[in-house]
Ligand binder design. Structure first.
Ligand code: TMP
Length: 212
C-alpha cells in the first residue's frame, strides 16, 4: 500500500466551493489527531500575504502575476511548508502551482515553458502528494460567486476566461492522474462533502503507518 498523503492541495475555479470543504477535511484530520498546517496560496506567510494583496488588487501583466505568485510560493515553501513536512505535519494548502498553470498559463495564455522553469527553480521537485480538484462548469461557479462576495481582480474575468482555466486544470490532472482526484463540485454541498471525506479517508487516514 502507498504511504499516506501529507501534502494536500485544493484547486478549482473561483466559486467551485472548495473553502468550506477544506475546513471539513481539517476537522476530520484533527479528530484523528494528525498534526496539521492549514494554509493557502498566494499567502501563508507575512511576506506572501502582502504579495497576495498586491496580486489580487493591482493591475499587472501575466508575467508579473507569475513572478509574484512564485515569489510568494518560494517564501511559503521555504519558511512554512517544507519545515512543517519535516516535522511530520500534514499540510492542507488552499491552491498551489496547478492554479498558476490554470490561471496564468491557460487563462491568460502565458508561456507554459516559462512557468515550468519557475516551478523547477522554486519547488525543486516538490509537489503535493494529493490534489483535490473541485470541478464545476464556469456558469455555475459564476452564479455562486455573485451570491457570495464582491469580486477581486481575477473573479471579474468573463466566462471564457474560466472555461480556459477549467481546461488548464483538466490538462494538469491528465498529466498527473495519480496525484489528482476530480471532485464533481456541481453536486449538492452534502454530496461534495461526502466525496471529499471519502478520498481523504482512503488516501490519508487508511494509509497511516503503511511502510514506505
Ligand atoms: P482564492 O480566492 O481561492 O484564495 O484564490 C485567489 C485568487 O488567485 C484566485 O482567483 C486564483 C488566483 N491565483 C492565480 O491566479 N494564480 C495562482 O498561482 C494562485 C495560487 C491563485
Amino acid at each position: 500500500m502507498s504511504t499516506a498523503a501529507r501534502f494536500i492541495s485544493f484547486e478549482g475555479i473561483d466559486g467551485a466551493g472548495k473553502s468550506s470543504h477544506i475546513d471539513a477535511v481539517a476537522d476530520l484530520l484533527r479528530q484523528a489527531e494528525l498534526p496539521l498546517l492549514l494554509t493557502r496560496e498566494p499567502g501563508g506567510t507575512p511576506l506572501a500575504e502582502e504579495l497576495r494583496g498586491l496580486f489580487l488588487h493591482r493591475p499587472m501583466d501575466a508575467l508579473t502575476e507569475a513572478l509574484l505568485v512564485f515569489a510568494a510560493r518560494r517564501d511559503h515553501l521555504s519558511t512554512r511548508i517544507v519545515p512543517a513536512l519535516a516535522q511530520g505535519q500534514t499540510v492542507l494548502c488552499d491552491r498551489f502551482t496547478d492554479a498558476t498553470f490554470a490561471y496564468q498559463g491557460a487563462g491568460r495564455g502565458f508561456d507554459l515553458a516559462v512557468l515550468t522553469q519557475l516551478e523547477t527553480w522554486v519547488q525543486n521537485g516538490l509537489q503535493p502528494d494529493l490534489t483535490l480538484w473541485f470541478d464545476v462548469p464556469p456558469a455555475v461557479a459564476a452564479a455562486r460567486r455573485s451570491a457570495a462576495r464582491a469580486p477581486d481582480r481575477l473573479e471579474q474575468e468573463d466566462t471564457e476566461f474560466f472555461d480556459r482555466v477549467r481546461a488548464g486544470y483538466l490538462a494538469r490532472a491528465e498529466a498527473d492522474p495519480s496525484r489528482f482526484v476530480r471532485i464533481d463540485a456541481q453536486q449538492t454541498l452534502e454530496a461534495v462533502r461526502a466525496d471529499v471525506l471519502k478520498v481523504v479517508t482512503e488516501r490519508v487516514l487508511a494509509r497511516r503507518g503503511a511502510p514506505t
